[in-house]
Every structure is written in structure tokens, then in C-alpha cells.
Design a protein around this ligand. Sequence first.
Ligand SMILES: C[S@@+](CC[C@H](N)C(=O)[O-])C[C@H]1O[C@@H](n2cnc3c(N)ncnc32)[C@H](O)[C@@H]1O
Length: 491
Amino acid sequence: MSFGPRPLPDEYPAEYAQRVGEWYASWNKPDKALGQFFTPLTVARFMAGLVTRESGFTRVLDAGAGLGILSCAVCEALEGDIALEAYEVDGAMADALETTLAYAQQWMDACGRRLTYRVIRQDFILTHGEALVRPTAAPFDLVIANPPYFKLSRTDARARAAEAVVHGQPNIYALFMAVGAALLREGGQAVFITPRSYAAGPYFSRFRADFFSRMRPRVLHLFESRQEVFADVLQESLILAAECSSEDQEVLLSSSTSFAFSDVTRRIKPLAEVLGADNVLHLPLSEQDDAVAKIVRSWNGRLADYGMAVSTGPVVAFRAADLIDSHGDVPVSHAPLLWMQNVKPMRCAWPVRHRGQYIQLRSADKVLLPNQNYVLLRRFSAKEERQRLVAAPYLGDLDGAVIGLENHLNYIYRPGGRLSEDEVRGLAVLLNSSLMDAYFRIFSGHTQVNATEIRRLPLPPLEAIMELGRLAADSPAPSDALMAEALGLYA
Ligand SMILES: C[S@@+](CC[C@H](N)C(=O)[O-])C[C@H]1O[C@@H](n2cnc3c(N)ncnc32)[C@H](O)[C@@H]1O
């Protein structure tokens, strides 16, 4: 069967798959509901190059195969014979996939090697989700995938089929990674390109626990700007090469800013420095990152050790819409309502030109908090913003007995007590500092700041935090200078 452009003389299979991809995209808009983005040739070859070569016979799984560029790159990179199973749920795509794989077979034949393949036009997760809970005879030596990326509802059949790794609203790519890993034999290899988001954060915690109980990372390559790899996807992408093994080994960390791989950085780290608590992946990509991690990890405190907690602002704007007003009488009928827009580095501004700066007091019992000292933290930052962590001390200085904090803020408080001014200012300085921001970026690729991540942040001794707070009260100096002074850091 022939579908699409013909192969050129001596064309490599992955080059042909790329051309078929261009042709396919010229008449068929990618189906966003199926997460269709094709891997560029350079990236596909880079990924295939991460497979430890075995000269014998290799059983390969390409999950969400698209036009087969990853399978074709694997055919080029390995040396022996290959038996391939390629899952592709989109019928038109699967037709074109048959063409590229038929060409890869011819090409392998001409090289004196054998490729057998099956294009399986089924949903990969529905077909194999059970492998997560009922180990089957693990048939594959290698799984390679650029899986689809999109959020699923918890009630989606695919989320249910992979329930063992689902927490909250899952992203389908993590299900592909988990199920793919579950289908590997001991010693088998996996190579995935996905968004970086699974590397940290509570929503992927169950997935990480399952995945890293089976797999040890060997190589992590970060594309520092997602847009350059796949348009429309706002996150950084991460290539992971991992082995189905329980043996610890060193990890090669690399990065580049483009898929031309013109500026690759490389370093080798012990697994213990990469796979942290809760299986969060830390990616210290430079010597500066190492220095930052060393300082922060030398601190043993956590918020809970100091009797503090962090929560998410309880006012959910759409649910409280009829309680939120743009004018109000504080403290008679209204309390001030603080949003992300009210929180600037080291200061709160209220009111600002932003919707609904007032919340009616009749909501007091449900969503308002005592008007007292808090550290307020933005939960989101814009991608282009320099700082991920933006915190402000709030010293209870607006009018009224209660205050509203909107849901895009996190706030630090002392349950059953009160934070002192020094504690509030000190924590705000610390959280705004370049040091903490750099530490945060080592493990977090997204622009969200989760309460769980703040809960886990290592903190210096409380006395040092309070000293920072005292200095901040008397000094207009920026956070980093205060940090240097109170913690003796940059001396
Ligand atoms: C991000 S694209 C990658 C395509 C190809 N692997 C590549 O690297 O260019 C993901 C592919 O998975 C397919 N897909 C989406 N959901 C699937 C599912 N549940 N089972 C099998 N394939 C699926 C899509 O149609 C799409 O072709």
C-alpha cells in the first residue's frame, strides 16, 4: 500500500517519516483532541541515540506512534533485528504510518536486517492499562514515545483504566509513560519526550511513585523553552531515558534551548542528587545550580518545624461571584479582598485597579480569614516573568477584623497562633530571594507554585529567618543583599 509521497533514493527512514509528516500536515490539520504534534527529526534521532545498543533482536513499542518517526529513528540507531508494535488510534494517521514502516522495513532489508511490525489501531491505554496492576509477561525491550498531552477527566475511560497512577486530574502523557514502563522486561529501556510537569508537584506524585519504583533514570535532557520544540505547548519539554532496574546509577543531565542541539550542556550527577523526596526530579544544570542546591539543602527546617503552615486562599472567585464587589465599605459591610495582583515582591498594594477588591462580610463564616499577619505568595507567574516566587509580608494593616484571600494566592500562617512581624518579613525576604527562586527552578518547570512545594522547601533556622526580618524592617535593601548579610551567604 502506498500513502503519501514516495521515498527518495537512499533516503533514511526517519527522513522519509518526516517528509510524510509534512505532507500529512499540509492537508490534515493535527487533531488537538488526540494531542497530535510530530517530533522533529533532530529530536527523534537524539532520542533513539539514547538507547543503549544491543546487537541482537529488540522488541520495540512505539506508543502513540503518529507517522512513526521515532520507530524509524530506532531502526536507524540499533544494529540488530527489530519486532515493532506501533499503537496509533487515529485511522488516517495509522494508514500513513503503514507507509513509513513499510519503507523502514525495505531499508532494513537492504541493510541485511529484519523489521517485523504491527500497526495496532487501538487505544494504547485502554488496551494495556491493566499492566499497571496485573503484571503480564513483560514483552518489550524498549518503549519509545512522544505521547499525546492533554488533561483527562477522572471519569474518562483511559483515566479509569490507569487508575493506579491517577491523582486529581491526570494528563494522558503520564498514563502513557506509566503503562509503557509496566510493559518492559527487567533491564528494558524507555525513552520519552513529554512536558516537564511530571517532574514535580502533587498531581503527579502517584505517577512518580509507580514509575520510579520500576525505572531508574539514566539521561534527562531538558529543552529550556517549550515553544521551540512544539508550538502551542507552554511548558518546557523533557526527554527521559530510563532503565527498568532497581540499581542506582549516575544520571547524565543535559539541556539545550533549541532542537537543533547547538548549545548542549552536559553533566553527570549521582541519582541521589536528581531523584529527591517524593520522587521529585531535580535538574541542576549548571555549577551555579549546584551551589544553590548545596546551600539550600544544608538547611534542615521546614515550615511545620516552626509551627507554620501554608494553605491556598479560600475565596474561589467564580463560586463567590455574588459576594465580590468593586466598591465596598470596609469594615462596615465589606472586607478587603486580595488577589495575585495585590501581591508585589515584598509589598502588598490594596486597592489596585483590578476587579473585585471587596468581599461582603456576609461570607465571613465561610471564606474570610482573621485579619492578621501572613506571608502572601502568588501561585502563578507569567512565563516571561523573571521571578517564579513572589512573596509579600502582610502585617494585618488593612481595616477590619477579617480579610479575603483569593484562590490564586497561597498564604503562610501559624495555626492556632500568630506569626510575628519578624517571621513574616524574614520569610518574605527568603522567598523573594534569587537563591530560593533558583532552587525552585531546579525542580519546578512550570509557572505554578504549589502549597506542597512550599511545605517541603528547606528553610534556615528560625532565628536566622527572624534576623532577616529585623534587617528587612530597617532597610530598603533588596532581598539578596539582606540574605547575604543575615545568612553569610555570598561572602
Ligand atoms: C504527540 S503525537 C506524537 C506522534 C509521533 N510519535 C511523533 O513522535 O511524531 C501523539 C500520537 O498519539 C496518538 N494517540 C493519541 N491518543 C492515543 C491513544 N489513546 N492510543 C494510541 N494513540 C494515541 C495521536 O493520534 C498522535 O498521533
